[in-house]
Ligand binder design. Structure first.
Ligand SMILES: [Fe+2]
Length: 299
C-alpha cells in the first residue's frame, strides 16, 4: 500500500495532500489511498503541481467519469473534459475561458439545479492572480450538526426544490447576462433533492441546501419554508465551518459537492489567470450523492 502524507488544514474537513500527482496518477494503490482520504476529508489541496492536461483528465477519471460541458466556448481545445476560467484573451478578443468577472461569488454547491448533479470537482490553478480570488469551503457535515434538533426533524427525509432561475437572478457572471446563453439553463425543470445526504461509507450526515438554487422545502407551506430556509442557509455558511484558501500557482483543489459548499472573493482582473476545471460523476455507493427517483428518496 502506497502511503501518502496529509496535513489537516481545517479539522478533518480540509487536508493538504503531500504528493506529486504525475508521480501517482498511474499507481492504483496510491489512488485507492486517496479515495479513502477523500471519503473522510471532502476537500483535498495539492500544492504546487505541474500537471499536463492529459494527466489532469486521467487523475479525475479515477474518481468518476468526467462531464463534458455544453459550453464549447470555454472548453480546452485539447481535452473536452476540461474547461477554462481565465482573464486571458485570444488575439481576436475572445476570452480564453469562462470569464466570471471580478466580483465575488455566493456560497453554493455545484450543479444543485440539475436532476442528476455531477458532484466531483477539481480546480487546477496554472496561472493565479496575486491579489484576491481566495476560495472558501464550508463543511456541510458541521452545518447539519449545528441545526437545532427541531429543524433537523423537519428536514430529515424531506426533499427541497432546486431551481436555476434563483441562481441566475443572483449571478454576477457578466457573460451569462447574455440571455440567449442562459435560456437553455432557465428552461431546465426543477430538481428535487434530499436536504440531508448520508455518506454511504462513514454514515455522516450532511446538509444539502444551496442558497443560490433552493427555493422551497417540499411538503411544507410557503410560510413554513420561508421560516426554515434562512436557518439552513445560516448554518451552511457558518464561519466556524469555513476554510479559506489563498490559491497559488500550481495548486490543485479537489472537493465533493455532496458535503461541502464553496464561494470566492472578488478578483483583480488586471492580472493573468488561467484555471483548469474538471467535473466528474461520483458513485452513490462511495460518496454523498443526491438521488431521487420517481419522487422516492433512494439515498
Ligand atoms: Fe462552483
Amino acid at each position: 500500500m502506497t502511503t501518502i502524507q496529509i496535513t489537516p488544514l481545517h479539522t478533518d474537513f480540509v487536508v493538504q495532500v503531500h504528493t506529486s500527482i504525475p508521480d501517482i496518477v498511474d499507481n492504483p494503490s496510491a489512488i485507492e489511498h486517496l479515495r479513502n482520504i477523500w471519503q473522510q476529508s471532502p476537500v483535498m489541496i495539492f500544492r504546487r503541481q505541474a500537471l499536463e492536461e492529459a494527466e489532469l483528465v486521467r487523475f479525475s477519471e479515477h474518481f468518476g467519469s468526467c462531464d463534458t460541458s455544453v459550453r464549447k466556448d470555454i472548453q480546452s481545445p485539447y481535452h473536452e473534459q476540461i474547461i477554462y476560467f481565465s482573464t486571458l484573451k485570444y488575439s481576436d478578443g475572445r476570452f480564453v475561458g469562462g470569464f466570471a468577472g471580478g466580483e465575488d461569488v455566493d456560497w453554493h454547491s455545484d450543479q444543485t439545479f440539475q436532476i442528476h448533479p455531477a458532484t466531483g470537482a477539481i480546480l487546477y490553478g496554472t496561472e493565479v492572480p496575486r491579489d484576491g480570488g481566495d476560495i472558501y469551503w464550508a463543511n456541510q457535515y458541521g452545518a447539519w450538526e449545528r441545526l437545532p434538533r427541531d429543524i433537523q426533524r423537519v428536514i430529515e427525509g424531506r426533499t427541497g426544490t432546486f431551481r436555476y432561475a434563483k441562481r441566475y437572478a443572483l449571478l454576477n457572471t457578466l457573460e451569462l447576462k447574455d440571455k440567449t446563453k442562459a435560456n437553455a439553463m432557465l428552461g431546465l425543470p426543477d430538481a428535487h433533492h434530499s436536504l440531508v445526504l448520508t455518506h454511504p461509507k462513514t454514515g455522516r450526515k450532511a446538509l444539502y441546501a444551496d442558497p443560490t438554487t433552493l427555493v422551497s422545502i417540499d411538503g411544507l407551506s410557503e410560510r413554513e419554508s420561508e421560516e426554515v430556509l434562512p436557518l439552513l442557509f445560516e448554518a451552511g455558511g457558518h464561519p466556524s465551518l469555513v476554510y479559506r484558501h489563498k490559491v497559488r500557482n500550481g495548486d490543485l483543489m479537489m472537493w465533493d459537492n455532496g458535503c461541502t459548499m464553496h464561494r470566492r472573493d472578488p478578483m483583480s482582473l488586471d492580472q493573468p489567470r488561467l484555471m483548469k476545471r474538471t467535473t466528474f460523476r461520483l458513485a452513490a455507493d462511495r460518496y454523498c450523492v443526491p438521488q431521487v427517483q420517481n419522487g422516492e428518496i433512494t439515498a
